[in-house]
Design a protein around this ligand. Structure first.
Ligand code: SF4
Length: 459
């Protein structure tokens, strides 16, 4: 494993761009950033915003008010891919109205040469393209577009670098994500991530802990540690959890995502013994059928998965699991799909995130015949969700009469005075309370369960 922090002091190119911006605009220029996909992409966008903010940009939700539009793309599913090209069509009109508008496309999609080629040939109004490694070069790229009126289309491949200089711009001061590693070594057969985000690189323990300390000192209440597979964090994940748990302050710790082949008793023990770590595990199972799991290159069986669940429930019968599931994998029969349904009933997840299989060129699964029609995939997805709705409704009842710790973050959906937030178990809880309780930890006694949330009252 090679971890290398680069010491490019960003101020040089940022300073040049900041001066150019002062000379060009009579007000701070506005940037609209649109993020597709996962929590890692949201975190990357916060880094891009950190860089742009340092150059003098402010941010707007309205693309029509922007001087710079950034699309941070996702390559994991085809529909996100299609939406990017759809949105580019809309932004073309804005560019026609406002000639000096700069349009930038970055992220996982543009880490693929064929996408860069398509944009180069067919989307000539896009000014800047870079993949998952080029963010720190953005001030240089904008400078070049502004001064030379030329396009900058780059496919960087500095996959072994971690830059500690790119600070995240965090609009949410209460909940923050902290990447602990980048990339993935697992090559699940359906997944494009290892190809577009490179091999695993872990941040130093001290860098992660310093960032968490700073966030907590600034009032952050919920830290989510991010990685494609946090359990293979290079310096020991449970040891990192222990160190973060020891940081002074009133905050809680979540993490995303775990891989069942690397998550075991040690992880469950850490979750249950460390007081700041939330009592919840998001553990993507993807399928309940061993043959499909093998074709997915997941390196565990349904029984291995159940062993983790059983161990957790033997220690805490209420232990909360959520998961990801893919339906309609190439060659999946209805019987194999039914094994996934059986697993849902056996585990009793609090929530599932299910997707239809989406073929991604360049992956191993793309070589298999995708013989499940779109219509069939849609029907399977509906069947799975209907099944899970019943399970969730029933399983959430275990919390009625119990007291949960909730971090309310917004107004609720179920009544005038209701607040809404997540419990440690990652379950939505609504309760009556004044807005002064927002962003504070509240002990809530659960009085009712619904099929998507719990209802409670402040103790
Ligand atoms: S663990 Fe598998 S699904 Fe997750 S990012 Fe890596 S290759 Fe993709």
């Amino acid at each position: 494993m090679k971890n290398l922090s680069i010491s490019c002091v960003p101020s040089l190119s940022e300073e040049k761009l900041r001066q150019l911006i002062l000379d060009t605009y009579s007000r701070p220029p506005a940037c609209h950033i649109h993020t597709y996909g996962c929590a890692q992409n949201v975190s990357d966008s916060e880094k891009i915003m950190g860089i742009l903010s340092g150059c003098g940009y402010v941010f707007t939700d309205k693309p029509e008010n922007a001087d710079l539009i950034v699309l941070n793309t996702c390559a994991v599913r085809e529909n996100a891919h299609d939406r990017v090209f759809g949105n580019l069509g809309i932004f073309k009109k804005l560019k026609e109205q406002k000639g000096d508008l700069i349009i930038c496309v970055c992220g996982c999609m543009t880490q693929q040469q064929q996408v860069v080629d398509t944009i180069k040939e067919s989307y000539k109004y896009v000014d800047i393209v870079f993949g998952t490694y080029g963010a720190k070069m953005l001030p240089d790229m904008i400078y070049k577009v502004m001064t030379e009126k030329s396009r900058v289309l780059h496919l960087y491949s500095e996959g072994d670098l971690i830059s500690e200089e790119m600070k995240q711009y965090r609009s949410d001061k209460v909940r923050a994500s902290v990447p602990i590693m980048y990339g993935c070594n697992n090559f699940c057969s359906y997944c494009i991530v290892p190809y577009v985000r490179g091999r695993e690189r872990s941040r130093e323990v001290s860098a992660v802990c310093d960032e968490v300390k700073q966030l907590v000192e600034n009032g952050c209440k919920e830290i989510t540690l991010l990685g494609q597979n946090v359990n293979s964090y290079g310096y020991g994940f449970t040891s990192l959890l222990e160190k973060i748990n020891a940081i002074d302050g009133d905050f809680r710790i979540r993490f995303l995502s775990s891989h069942p082949k690397d998550a075991g008793k040690e992880l469950i023990d850490a979750i249950l013994s460390l007081d700041k770590v939330c009592k919840h595990l998001h553990l993507p199972v993807q399928s309940g059928n061993d043959e499909i799991l093998k074709k997915m290159n997941r390196h565990y069986t349904a029984q291995d998965y159940l062993d983790i669940v059983d161990y957790a429930r033997s220690k805490d019968p209420d232990f909360s699991f959520t998961t990801d599931i893919i339906v309609g994998f190439p060659g999946e029969t209805y019987e194999q799909f039914c094994d996934t349904k059986k697993l849902l009933h056996r585990v009793k997840f609090d929530n599932i995130f299910s997707y239809v299989y989406s073929k991604r060129s360049g992956t191993k699964a793309a070589e298999l015949e995708d013989n499940v029609s779109d219509k069939q995939k849609g029907l399977l997805l509906r069947e799975l969700l209907d099944e899970q709705r019943v399970i969730t409704e029933d399983w959430l009842k275990r919390f009625v009469g119990k007291t949960l710790t909730v971090l309310p973050t917004e107004k609720g959906r179920t009544g005038e005075n209701r607040l809404s937030g997540k419990s440690d178990e990652n379950i939505i809880v609504e309760f009556d309370g004044g807005e002064r309780l927002i962003n504070t930890f509240v002990k809530v006694k659960i009085i009712k369960s619904m099929n998507w949330a719990l209802l409670g009252e402040v103790l």
